[in-house]
Design a binder for this molecule. Structure first.
Ligand SMILES: Cc1cc2nc3c(=O)[nH]c(=O)nc-3n(C[C@H](O)[C@H](O)[C@H](O)COP(=O)(O)OP(=O)(O)OC[C@H]3O[C@@H](n4cnc5c(N)ncnc54)[C@H](O)[C@@H]3O)c2cc1C
Length: 461
């Protein structure tokens, strides 16, 4: 590519353009997953919508592939690619709260920590995930599940509209009234349809929650899972709880005698009163007294950032996932076998409940096809040491292969690496897949946005 073209591009940006010769290039090309080592040709740190349009025009004119990066958390590293232009939104951070309507406008480069912080001052929250450093962009466009799912649904169920720059560089609004087909597609179809420069969400009154983990010894794991599978499907929606196999971190609040011990647990988050939370969990405490619990009133942003310190950027990540409708006794036995063999301190397995309010929309209301699944399962191999890459990967694959026959078919797109293949994506969207390909053909006929869990335009070779 001609240097003049790059100079011209740079001069048109209000933000920054970074290339391999720049001092910040090595830092800027990193993403959250330390396993990803890609070398883009250019990184455009866009300052505003105009910069995003300019970046798209430049990439198209010069035939350069483009990726979209918001929080950089995608485990498959889909915010970045080799020899491409990264459209980086991390400078586009703003959160405007309207307390009267409880609506919040969020810049495309925000993390959930930015949103939680701004909303908490008004006693409000939007359902998101469980780690505050995750980007709003990727999490929302894939679906979004976390501590508030059972009460307020998936993140996409709370999206009211989005500002989008399309593959031809034009700007549109996607909402129920404007470009409703595009609005449908971006609520689960990922970054396939355009660059979302801002999101408008409906927030909800959430300020203090009763939250935290309860832990049990592994020899009780099967009975806890059996109790949990019945309980969480029928529990009041105020109560959310995800099941986990984990190794106890060597830090407060965990007592020293449990440090480094492999255990199972449930991480609760209750938006109801403390009395209600205790009343709901008293039978569990009596039947299966936890070896340890840290279940207490806390500000919502505190539970949202509870695991941030344990999972800093730069660790090696490999994960595999499935949606799950039922947890049979055989599946539980396999979970206990593989969950007991966690390969490293950070590795884990989570079963996130996606029932309650997330079951209310129909499977065709958004691309999220599995409205009848009860859990989103993710098997996560994590370690700081790159030498353990194969070890954590193999463990996750073996665990997943054993459990996959008990899954519902597809998996959460945001819990996939970049090695899953198109059949897995098709299985995830199920009967919504064809509609997605038709909308893709309308808004991105040449598959310009292809660095993602790709939905190919209908009719494309
Ligand atoms: C530690 C950790 C915890 C997680 N916890 C949860 C959780 O609790 N719940 C949950 O639902 N998910 C969770 N995830 C998964 C998370 O939703 C995905 O990794 C998601 O892709 C991250 O979004 P991002 O913006 O940070 O990613 P990026 O890497 O920046 O982007 C990923 C992809 O998203 C698309 N994209 C991002 N922003 C935009 C935009 N503004 N416009 C268009 N396309 C865009 C692009 O296709 C891009 O390739 C977690 C991930 C990690 C690593």
């Amino acid at each position: 590519m001609q240097q003049e073209a790059i100079h011209e591009f740079k001069s048109q940006l209000r933000g920054e353009l970074i290339g391999p010769a720049d001092a910040s290039y090595e830092t800027e090309r990193k993403v959250y997953n330390g396993m990803i080592n890609r070398k883009p040709r250019l990184i455009a740190k866009c300052a505003d919508v105009a910069d995003v349009m300019t970046a798209i025009h430049f990439a198209r004119k010069h035939g350069v592939r483009a990726s979209i990066r918001s929080g950089g958390h995608n485990a498959g590293g889909l915010g970045i690619c080799d020899d491409c232009l990264v459209i980086d939104l991390s400078r586009m951070k703003f959160v405007h709260v309207d307390p009267a309507t409880r609506k919040v406008r969020v810049g495309g480069g925000c993390t959930w920590g930015d949103v939680d912080h701004a909303l908490h001052a008004f006693g409000l929250a939007v359902p998101s995930g469980i780690i505050s450093t995750t980007g709003v962009g990727g999490l929302t466009l894939g679906g979004g599940m976390g501590h508030l799912t059972r009460k307020y649904g998936l993140t996409i169920d709370n999206l009211l509209s989005a500002d989008v720059v399309l593959a031809d560089g034009s700007f549109v609004v996607a909402s129920a009234e404007q470009n409703p087909d595009l609005f449908w597609a971006i609520r689960g179809g990922g970054g396939n349809f355009g660059v979302v420069t801002s999101f408008l969400f409906q927030a909800h009154p959430v300020q203090m929650v009763i939250a935290g983990p309860m832990l049990w010894n592994l020899d009780q794991a099967a009975e806890i899972m059996k109790w949990y599978r019945e309980f969480i499907v029928h529990a009041p929606e105020e109560l959310n709880g995800f099941f986990a196999f984990l190794t106890v971190p060597p830090a407060p609040p965990f007592p020293e005698n449990l440090h480094f011990k492999k255990m199972c647990g449930i991480v609760w988050c209750c938006t109801g009163a403390q009395d209600q939370a205790n009343r709901l969990l008293e039978p569990l405490r009596k039947l299966h007294p936890p070896a340890f619990e840290f279940f207490a009133p806390m500000p919502f942003p505190m539970v949202q950032s509870m695991f941030d310190g344990l999972y800093p950027p730069g660790l090696q990540w490999y994960w595999k996932a499935d949606f799950v409708k039922e947890l049979s006794d055989e599946a539980i036995a396999l979970h206990v076998k593989h969950g007991s063999e966690l390969p490293t301190l950070h590795s884990t397995m989570h079963l996130y409940p996606i029932n309650g309010a997330a079951h209310r929309p129909k499977s065709t209301d958004t691309p999220w096809n599995y409205r009848d699944a009860n859990w989103s399962e993710v098997i996560v191999g994590v370690d700081p040491n790159p030498a353990n890459k194969n070890h954590i990967t193999q463990w996750a694959r073996n665990y997943w292969e054993a459990l996959h026959p008990y899954g519902a078919g597809g998996a959460y797109v945001n819990f996939m690496m970049d090695d899953e293949g198109s059949e897995r994506i098709r299985a995830t969207y199920g009967s919504n897949y064809d509609r997605l390909t038709t909308i893709k053909a309308k808004y991105d006929p040449n598959n310009f946005f292809s660095v993602n869990q790709n939905i190919r335009p209908a009719g494309a070779a």
